[in-house]
Write a protein that binds this ligand. Structure first.
Ligand code: PHE
Length: 337
């Protein structure tokens, strides 16, 4: 009986089979239990012998079962490990990495330049009141210059801001008439325009504002010149042309010398040698007063630039719509190594 059991245990190849063997030989209805139960019928002489033998066999089966169980468990573990092992020499799966959007990259680059010139970065709301977008900037309700910026109105006195200039007024108000104020403000702006290669109804601007005692036009020119040389390269220069904005007086349009222009046939500047990049001027006294600054004591300059324009010029992109159509083939080109 013992031998038979041991052979079966040896042949068993699953823990379940061992379990069955245990029930079969050592269970309540198994032969050993039966033998022990029948002990009463034996003579006093035979009883200890049979008892001892039965116990021996039981112990033998038991320890053999235990040993086999451990063995099977070890094999199972081994197999599992083998299955789960990683071949570190296999080539890895490539994880697609995104790229920073070119407009984000340009905004950050421009911010960094102005931070280097002592400006702080602020932000303002995209849904703006008519008051901040126009009135606080010296554009009363019937001012004809409102036509320059066709607007998306949300309610009759709320609109999607047409420019980042309202942040000028918001920031000055927070300063309670005390200078200096020296900020740049990037953000999205909206105008009712038909989209084409050079127009987008949504685009980005970066506003600049410096208000202090004795801020002069030469400070504006020097600041913009330093900025342009840093962004486009030291060989570039700027020129100022007279212009008009209701919130600056005098107002200028700022051109950068064309860096690509090799003479005739330049597509970037159409052979003029200059590219318009931003609007600027000395903060209008009314704007200072509206926002709580004494215009006899304080003066300031402001500027506003279109981010797309700076990106187009830097990367040689020919259509502003690329920035907003999310074509992965376009965006992928801005991955950094
Ligand atoms: N807000 C003007 C525009 O959108 C640009 C500007 C900003 C001009 C600040 C002068 C001063 O056209």
């Amino acid at each position: 009986l013992g031998k038979e059991a041991l052979q079966e245990i040896k042949d068993a190849d699953t823990v379940k089979a061992l379990d069955n063997i245990r029930v079969k030989y050592l269970g309540k209805k198994g032969p050993i239990t039966e033998v022990l139960r029948g002990m009463g019928k034996l003579s006093a002489e035979e009883r200890p012998k049979v008892g001892q033998k039965a116990n021996e066999i039981r112990e033998e089966i038991q320890s053999s079962l235990e040993a086999k169980t451990t063995e099977l468990e070890e094999i199972a573990l081994e197999e599992k490990l083998k299955e789960e092992s990683i071949d570190v020499t296999l080539p890895g799966k490539e994880i697609k990495r995104g790229a920073r959007h070119p407009l984000t990259a340009v905004v950050e680059e421009i911010e960094d330049i102005f931070i280097g010139l002592g400006f702080q970065v602020t932000e303002g709301p995209e849904v703006e009141t008519d008051y901040y977008n126009f009135e606080a900037l010296n554009l009363p309700p019937d001012h004809p210059a409102r036509d320059m910026q066709d607007s998306f109105y949300v309610t009759h006195d709320m609109l999607l801001r047409t420019q980042t200039s309202p942040v000028q007024a918001r920031t000055m108000q927070k300063h309670n008439g005390q200078g200096p104020v020296k900020i740049v403000c990037p953000g999205k702006v909206y105008r009712r325009d038909d989209d084409d290669a050079t127009h987008s109804h949504q685009f980005m601007q970066i506003e600049g504002l410096y208000v202090d005692k004795n801020v002069r036009m030469s400070d504006l020119k020097g600041t913009l010149e330093a900025f342009v040389k840093k962004y486009f390269g030291p060989e570039r220069s700027i020129r100022l042309r007279p212009s008009f904005f209701p919130f600056t007086e005098p107002s200028v349009e700022v051109d950068v010398s064309c860096g690509i222009c090799g003479g005739a046939g330049c597509r970037v500047c159409k052979n003029s040698g200059w590219i318009e990049v931003l609007g600027a001027g000395m903060v209008h006294p009314n704007v200072l007063e509206f926002s709580g600054f004494d215009s006899n004591e304080y003066s300031g300059f402001a500027f506003g630039m279109g981010v797309e324009r700076f990106a187009l010029l830097k990367y040689g992109i020919d259509d502003i719509r690329h920035f907003y159509t999310n074509d992965i083939r376009f965006l992928e080109q801005f991955k950094r190594a």
